[in-house]
Write a protein that binds this ligand. Structure first.
Ligand code: DQA
Length: 145
């Protein structure tokens, strides 16, 4: 079973970026946590980050036929991107939407998620742990398939 973890814009600046909201851990430590968890639950994992919407679309398209499940934090593109929604709908790969912060407690413009309509679940407000929970959700879902 192979999972793809995709992070959108500015998540490469974790640790530096608004630590009061996103915490003090770096993007490198997030990747380390994900790799360790993948070993524990016995899944293969690929990790990808881009600040560019089209690159994120390309990576979702390239997952077709190769990847069993996607963990996606589209970051700011959550609230703007029909292109990411369409890419997820096209490939039909089970996807869990993750947000480090609790979107329900933030600004009005963060209350809309375009990708949500193509996701099996949304995990928001559990910090970096949310990525690991999303991996567990996909492992369970794909094992029961
Ligand atoms: C985020 C929330 C988004 O609103 C924001 O633009 C991000 C990160 C989160 O993980 O909490 O960049 O997706």
């Amino acid at each position: 079973m192979k999972l793809l973890i995709i992070n959108g814009p500015n998540l490469n600046l974790l640790g530096l970026r608004e630590p009061g909201i996103y915490g003090f851990k770096s993007y490198a430590s997030l990747c380390h946590m994900i790799r360790e968890h993948a070993k524990q639950i016995d899944v293969e994992v690929e990790i990808y980050q881009s600040n560019h919407e089209g690159d994120l679309v390309d990576r979702i398209q390239a997952a077709y036929g190769r990847i069993d499940g996607i963990v996606l934090n589209p970051a700011a593109y959550t609230h703007t991107s029909v292109a990411l929604l369409d890419a997820l709908k096209a490939v039909e790969i089970p996807t869990v939407e993750v947000h480090i912060s609790d979107l329900s407690k933030r600004e009005d413009f963060r209350q809309i998620s375009y990708v949500r309509a193509a996701c099996v679940k949304t995990i928001s407000g559990y910090g970096l742990q949310g990525y690991l929970e999303a991996m567990d959700v996909l492992k369970e879902l794909l094992t029961c398939k």
